[in-house]
Ligand binder design. Structure first.
Ligand code: NAP
Length: 296
């Protein structure tokens, strides 16, 4: 039976470590990291994400300020708000919850965030820096996946990592991160997508298989080899009338069957999800330290 790679447990450990660091920061430097979270509209999933982020900040001692506006909020107003937050000394990280309403240009908004406060790691300056291996904010989900592997003592160097999915927030940055000539990386990386031919032939070659397709049942037991490490990034809501909410969360991997062959596997929920928020907290602390001139 596979080892369960619990993001929930690791997130708890890392947040305890951060609590200690935050106390030190306050005591020695009088620094309290601050995160601004902006939400436009009333998408229930987005509301629940920002609540979770806010709670996580408050639990460990990061100051968080929520900005919520109705769906008709204008792009110019949003850009003005970002300009103010870019200048604010209390705010070290700015997060704009995606997706934005159609009348707002997502690219323009994300590019308006000062790269030094871009704790989501979506600004092209940070993406470019990541690509060349320079210091930067790493995007939270890929960074969380890397930590989940490393802190479970799973060697990445020299391994064949197969990633299913090439989105700008998961697949592509993750491929770039694991390819770096750096500790915690040095993998041989293959990225699959919907135009990949004979995907099962490729996924069976993986030492580490990371699946971010956003479709349940993307990976079944026939598509993996014995001993593979599997990270399931997918978060899919499937109808379930037995649940209070009317749905349950499932990943992209057929967990029961695949865990019979895998040496380790992350569950959904409780796998990558809690790690994503943890890395957001980490980035916000880093931003505050950098702005105060404090070295790691
Ligand atoms: P996305 O933008 O929809 O991208 C999905 C990618 O998967 C695309 O590149 C697509 O290929 C590929 N794909 C889809 N079905 C495939 C298949 N059957 N075979 C091969 N490739 C396939 O999704 P995303 O934003 O990366 O998110 C992926 C999943 O991760 C979602 O379930 C999302 O909710 C979840 N997620 C979780 C977290 C977390 O914190 N746990 C964070 C982010 C995302 P094409 O490019 O060819 O279309």
């Amino acid at each position: 039976m596979a080892k369960i790679l619990s993001g929930k447990e690791l997130a708890r450990t890392m947040r305890e470590e951060m609590k200690i660091e935050l106390k030190e920061l306050k005591k020695k430097h009088n620094v309290v990291p601050g995160l601004a979270v902006i939400l436009i509209g009333d998408d229930p999933a987005s509301i629940s994400y920002i609540k979770e982020k806010e709670k996580a900040c408050n639990n460990i001692g990061i100051f968080s300020r929520e900005y919520r506006f109705p769906g008709h909020y204008q792009e110019a107003e949003l850009l003005d708000l970002i300009k103010d937050l870019n200048q604010s000394p209390q705010i070290h990280g700015i997060l704009v919850q995606l997706p934005l309403p159609e009348h707002i240009n997502e690219e323009k908004v994300l590019y308006a965030i000062n790269p030094e406060k871009d704790v989501d790691g979506f600004h092209p300056v940070n993406i470019g820096r990541m690509m060349i291996g320079a210091p930067c904010f790493l995007p939270c989900t890929p960074a969380g996946i890397q930590q989940l592997l490393l802190r479970n003592d799973i060697e990445i160097s020299g391994k064949h990592v197969v990633i299913v999915g090439r989105s700008n927030i998961v697949g592509k940055p993750l491929a770039m991160m694991l390819l770096q000539k750096k500790p915690g990386a040095n993998a041989t990386v293959t990225v699959c997508h919907t135009r990949t031919k004979n995907m099962a032939e490729i996924t069976r070659q993986a030492d580490i298989l990371i699946v971010a397709a956003g479709r349940p049942h993307t990976i079944n037991a026939e598509m993996v080899s014995e001993g593979v490490v599997v990270i399931d990034v997918g978060m899919n809501r499937v109808e379930d009338k037995t649940k209070k909410k009317g749905y349950r969360l499932v990943g992209d991997v057929e967990f029961e069957a695949v865990s019979q062959k895998a040496s380790a596997i992350s569950p959904v929920p409780g796998g990558v999800g809690p790690m994503t928020i943890t890395m957001l907290l980490h980035n916000t602390i880093q931003a505050a330290k950098t702005s105060a001139g404090i070295k790691n």
